[in-house]
Design a protein around this ligand. Structure first.
Ligand code: 5GP
Length: 191
């Protein structure tokens, strides 16, 4: 998606440890006009799917998921991160290793909000190694729900998570795909 790629080139900052900082428009300050275009694009790309729910993970997935949901007319459920878990049986849980914080979180979703008749679109801001998505897919699986698609704002192709999940058959639509990045610049690729 050209407007997202152009915005990354203009305002994205490459940090140490393969981190792309996009906090001026995507995950701290949020450009809602851009989010609207992203939501419309995911609606176009997943037009054939009868999505019943959008699933994301706190915190930075929530903004884009909420705007996208207005084009799908479905609720958004976000998985909560928790470091100490009181398992009370009413929760689906999975473990996720955080890319940006290097810690393992339990992520939880109430059983009330995800069911076996759900056709889920997972949305997140970044796809790197794929750990966050594997956790969300696990949770959808525990509910017996179908993962109809995965919408990502920025995929870093060189970290391999997207290709690992494509090989398992998931339909992933990443709106910007970073092929390489360094302090000297950034290139985009395709899949
Ligand atoms: P993964 O689990 O695929 O390795 O990483 C995805 C998660 O880590 C996303 O939910 C996102 O919040 C965070 N993340 C991964 N790479 C980056 C990055 O380059 N920049 C930022 N801001 N977040 C990232």
């Amino acid at each position: 998606m050209k407007i997202l790629e152009d915005r990354i080139l203009k305002d994205g900052v490459v940090k140490a440890g393969n981190v792309l900082k996009v906090d001026s428009f995507l995950n701290h300050q949020m450009d809602i006009e851009l989010f609207n275009e992203m939501g419309k694009e995911w609606k176009r790309l997943f037009a054939g799917e009868n999505i019943t729910k959008i699933l994301t993970i706190e915190a930075s997935g929530i903004g884009i998921a909420v705007i996208a949901a207005q084009y799908f007319n479905v609720p958004v459920v976000f998985a909560k991160k928790s470091q100490s878990l009181n398992l009370d049986g009413d929760l689906y849980t999975s473990k996720v290793e955080s890319f940006t914080h290097g810690r393992v979180y339990d992520v939880v979703v109430s059983k009330k909000f995800l069911h076996e008749d759900d056709n889920v679109l997972i949305i997140d801001d970044f796809l790197a190694n794929g750990n966050a998505l594997v956790g969300l897919i696990d949770i959808a699986g525990q509910a017996g729900a179908k993962v109809a698609g995965i919408g990502i704002a920025v995929e870093k192709l060189f970290q391999g998570g997207g290709d690992m999940l494509r090989a398992k058959g998931y339909h992933i639509e990443s709106l910007a795909m970073v092929e390489s990045m360094s302090e000297d610049g950034l290139t985009f690729g395709k899949r």
